[in-house]
Design a binder for this molecule. Structure first.
Ligand SMILES: [Cu+2]
Length: 373
């Protein structure tokens, strides 16, 4: 017996028909306005078509009905102008109030920049508690699961993993009941940051800053996705927000800051090859394997093999350059957003993995640092 698809924690329910359960006042307002307009439209629909069909049927020619022949009726014309006008104003008022409130990003407690990359999100805490924290959030569903052909379809993958394609390595963490301003931008193409339960969706456009806000009223995990078609892996850049209590958030900030300090490795430190290789394997898995494959064999015709690559086995400068600058006009993007240590690690890894044996196998972070200047 196959297990049934279950509700996704923080995501859609099975057979959910209505929009996501609201966790912010704005999302609750959106629900209300949605149903308010829906009901008005439904009532008008039933009334208008009811009267119309009734008249057509009741006054049909076969019954010998004699039509009236009057022309113009000032009172009817005034009524059919005034009544719709009042209805439209009545619908526009609550909707406009809500849209204006959605756009009011002033007086936020915390400001976070969300940057869309092909295909992941970067977060920088710009202001408020947690200022200075920054990290990347990448899809954490293992590539093997996505590529596994034993599953006949995506549905059976959802049965095996309820958060299939809707999970990340580093969720965005925010405190409950605080106004969070999200500033969006992008590094390559247009993406969009969306969490349905918050009633938030904002385009992230390269070279522009846009903003939106939310104030989550319930602790929990909430999920969304990039909502602007952004290329081949558009479906592989989910958004996960963890809303924590104030104490838990404080503890997370402290932990994260310690972690970042530890990571802010002195770029001038001489690293051991084994250390760099171990670190590089992780960097490779989350940043490179999607194209060059975990095996380093690439995809013939699309993504070159790094196994036996002349560039990887050649002088370090060439490799540092392609990682910092990318290769214009190809899918090989710049990875300058990775730290010196991460870049040095992934280079050291590829120079020694997949049976590669480069002559000077170690790339030190300070060499990457020097090349950035
Ligand atoms: Cu995207």
């Amino acid at each position: 017996m196959a297990a049934a698809v279950s509700d996704m924690p923080g995501g859609p329910r099975v057979n959910q028909l209505n929009i996501a359960d609201p966790v912010t006042r704005i999302a609750a307002d959106q629900h209300w306005v949605h149903w308010f307009l829906m009901v008005i439209c439904a009532v008008i629909f039933v009334l208008v078509f009811g009267v119309m069909f009734y008249s057509v049927w009741k006054h049909r020619k076969s019954k010998g009905f004699k039509p009236a022949t009057f022309h113009e009726s000032t009172s009817v014309e005034i009524a059919w102008t005034i009544v719709p006008f009042i209805i439209v104003i009545g619908m526009a008022l609550p909707a406009t109030r809500m849209v204006v409130e959605q756009k009011d990003t002033s007086n936020s407690d915390i400001t976070i920049k969300a940057t869309g990359y092909q295909w992941k999100w970067g977060y920088d805490y710009l202001k408020g508690e947690g200022e200075g924290i920054s990290f990347l959030a990448t899809l954490s569903t293992p590539r093997e699961q996505i590529d596994d052909r034993q599953f006949p379809d995506a549905r059976s993958k959802r049965e095996a993993n309820p958060t299939y394609l809707m999970e990340v390595d580093n969720a965005l963490v925010v405190p409950v009941n605080k106004k969070i301003r999200i500033v969006t931008t992008a590094n390559d193409v247009i993406h969009a940051w969306m969490i349905p339960a918050f009633g938030v969706k904002q385009d992230a456009i390269p070279g522009f800053l846009r903003d939106t806000w939310f104030k989550a009223e319930k602790v929990g995990v909430y999920r969304g996705q990039c909502a602007e078609l952004c290329g081949k892996d558009h479906a592989f850049m989910p958004i996960v927000v963890e809303v924590k209590s104030e104490e838990d958030y404080r503890a997370w900030v402290e932990g994260k800051k310690k972690e970042m300090l530890a990571k802010q490795d002195d770029p001038n430190k001489e690293w051991q090859q084994a250390e760099l290789q171990a670190r590089g394997e992780k960097v490779y898995a989350s940043n490179c394997a999607a194209c060059h494959q975990a095996s380093g064999k690439g995809v013939p015709g699309n993504f070159p093999a790094l196994e036996g690559s002349k560039l990887v086995l050649g002088p370090q400068e060439g490799q540092i350059e392609i990682l910092l600058k990318g290769k214009a006009g190809t899918a090989m993007a710049s990875f300058k957003q990775l730290s010196d240590v991460e870049l040095a690690a992934v280079m050291t890894y590829t120079r020694n993995a997949f049976g590669n044996k480069a002559e000077d196998g170690i790339v030190q972070p300070k060499e990457v640092l020097a090349a950035r200047k």
